[in-house]
Design a protein around this ligand. Structure first.
Ligand code: MN3
Length: 204
């Protein structure tokens, strides 16, 4: 069973002005589609991956070739990314247990600042993350390329609660080289209800 490109959960222009329609079209229809197709090539070439979920594949990524690592990461990361952003009716604010964890971290302003610093400081392409584990504590991390915190050899392992794509293809059409400006603006389109659901599922 091949992996399929998941549809965007909103219209291409639903995140404007933070992320414009043209960026979303290329990012989903070209970039995410390419990661999906290449992941399927890698899975088809390796019988031991047959029937495995993407999370199972990421959990054994250290034993797999770069084709599966880069495109399996790209496949999962973008599916996650679309879902933790929302159209104007699906944004809200932190609530419930996630809001308490953010307070314990030092507050939302500190979380944003640390996350934006990680994202701006990631040399080259990569991702910034907010992760947690069964302790419920929040941690900010970054990964290079299409790596993520679910990989068995990740430096900072955990369950992603939020993540932002800092590859130039995610922001260059609007923000050009201003990655910090993109990181700052991105918080306007976070789907806090979805982040809260993922937090609740992670901490049990
Ligand atoms: Mn991307």
């Amino acid at each position: 069973m091949a992996f399929e490109l998941p549809p965007l959960p909103y219209a291409y222009n639903a995140l404007e002005p933070t992320i414009n329609e043209e960026t979303m079209k290329f990012h989903h229809d070209k970039h995410h589609a390419a990661y999906t197709a290449k992941l399927n090539e890698g899975v088809a070439a390796d019988p031991k991956l047959e029937g495995k979920s993407i999370e199972e594949i990421l959990g054994m990524i250290s034993s797999l070739p770069p084709l599966v690592r880069n495109n399996g990461g790209g496949y999962w990361n973008h599916d996650f990314f679309w879902k933790i952003m929302g159209d104007k009716d699906n944004r809200g604010a932190p609530s419930g247990k996630l809001a308490e964890a953010i307070e314990a971290y030092g507050g939302l302003d500190k979380l944003k600042e640390d996350f934006n610093t990680k994202g701006a400081g990631q040399f080259g392409s990569g991702w910034a993350w907010v992760i947690t584990d069964s302790s419920g504590a929040l941690k900010v991390a970054s990964t290079p390329n299409q790596d993520n915190p679910l990989m068995d050899d990740a430096k900072d392992k955990g369950t992603p609660i939020l993540g932002n794509d800092v590859w130039e293809h995610a922001y260059y059409l609007t923000y050009r080289n201003d990655r910090p400006g993109y990181l700052k603006a991105w918080w306007d389109v976070v789907n806090w209800d979805e982040a809260g659901r993922r937090y609740d599922a992670a901490v049990g």
